[in-house]
Design a binder for this molecule. Structure first.
Ligand code: ARG
Length: 399
């Protein structure tokens, strides 16, 4: 009797998840391994991946289309939260994990599996995100993580797989570890492990090198309704198409690269390179529209919520009570975040150059220095007296 009888394994087609298929059966006594590859717009051909799982001994090989849900249910709510981990990383990899966990849990129910499995190692954030999300969605389900326990080196892993029909990649595999989906790419390892080393141009795929970008600026508009992007350049697009088109327009101008040393939940600092052209520009635009349509106190209070939200998502607590409570706050703030943002794209930077909204709180008669000025200047004096009173009393007490 093994650790589980029937297991649904999160499958990417990579070495680790492929080796999990025979490993679960031969080392851990699992009777049946069903693989599940989630399509999150990573651009892989999925049929060869499906076949590869069968060749490695999977009883069934499932493909789940998660693209629509990924953008609508995960990316866009995070956008409404202007979510940037440590003020920089838009969580493009992290956001995919709770969705994959949900797809695994659903497949386990459909196929009567008593466990789910993933190929994460013990050093990353993703193991935490999977394990915690699965526990939140079905606390009775076992989670198996063979790669966290098997203790094999890369070479040993490949050799183990070859014994059971896991074909290792023909081309010399890249020194980088790359995670890819509709929102972008995360690249680490190889020469990037030295934080002093400039990332070689070859690692990028969604963003142009600056010497290749157009010499003319390009202007785009983004329309939002209730804090959600609805139109690009005046054209209504479904969420997936909008993100795809925006990625290509923005990436062409070399916008959307991040090079950072980040703090993982497991205590390790890691150097990661990200490309997330569309998401970064969407956050910039969304935040700008909020500055036009939210009151000062909500805007400023929301910053703290956004930071907490980003940490929760990074740290694997997507399905948690605090996250749900923050979601309610964020949704409540979005009722007037409707309008248009105009952005100039040029040589690696996106600059908001215009904004308008039917709910704009910007009041020209109050802001102007011209003759139409409607602000009561005399009222300022009494306001300042009261505002400064505690400071005045404090200073007087010093003598
Ligand atoms: N550090 C990022 C995160 O924890 C990305 C992790 C995956 N990166 C990778 N290169 N495989 O969300």
């Amino acid at each position: 009797m093994g650790r589980a009888q029937k297991v649904v394994l999160a499958y990417s087609g990579g070495v680790d998840t492929s080796v999990c298929i025979p490993y679960l059966q031969h080392e851990w006594g699992v009777e049946e391994v069903i693989t599940l590859a989630a399509d999150l717009g990573q651009g892989d051909e999925l049929e060869p991946i499906r076949q590869k799982a069968l060749a490695a001994g999977a009883a069934q090989s499932l493909i789940a289309d998660g693209t629509q849900s990924f953008i609508t249910d995960y990316a866009f709510p995070a956008l409404q939260a202007n979510a940037l981990y440590e003020d920089r990383y838009p969580l493009s990899t992290a956001l995919a994990r709770p969705l994959i966990a949900k797809l695994l849990v659903e497949a386990a129910a459909v196929h009567g599996a008593d466990a789910v499995a993933h190929g994460c190692t013990g050093k990353g954030n993703d193991q935490v995100r999977f394990d915690v999300a699965i526990a939140a969605l079905n606390p009775k389900l076992k989670v198996l993580a063979p790669a966290r326990e098997w203790g094999m080196s890369r070479e040993e892993t490949i050799a183990y797989g070859e014994r059971y029909g896991v074909t290792s990649p023909v081309k010399k595999s890249s020194p980088y570890s790359i995670d890819r989906n509709l929102l972008g790419r995360s690249i680490e390892a190889g020469s990037l492990e030295d934080p002093w080393v400039e990332p070689p141009e070859e690692i990028y795929a969604l963003t142009q090198a600056l010497d290749q970008t157009p010499d003319q600026p390009e202007y785009i508009t983004l329309d939002f309704e209730l804090g959600l992007p609805t139109q690009l350049n005046g054209q209504t697009l479904d969420p997936v198409t909008l993100v795809e088109q925006l990625n290509s327009i923005v990436g062409k101008h070399g916008i959307g690269r991040i090079d950072m040393v980040e703090n993982r939940l497991v205590g390790i600092k890691s150097r990661e390179i990200y490309e997330a052209p569309a998401l970064l520009v969407l956050i910039q635009a969304h935040r700008d529209l909020e500055s036009l349509t939210l009151t000062a106190d909500v805007t400023q209070y929301k910053r703290g919520i956004e930071q907490t939200y980003s940490q929760l998502v990074y740290n694997g607590l997507w399905y948690s009570p605090l996250k749900a409570a923050l979601d309610a706050f964020i949704q409540q703030t979005q009722t007037r975040v409707t309008g248009t943002i105009r952005i100039k794209l040029y040589k690696g930077s996106a600059t908001v150059v215009g904004r308008r909204s039917p709910h704009s709180l910007y009041t020209p008669e109050l802001a102007t220095y011209g003759a139409e000025d409607a602000f009561d200047h005399k009222a300022a004096e009494g306001f300042i007296y009261v505002w400064g009173l505690p400071t005045r009393v404090w200073s007087e007490g010093e003598r």
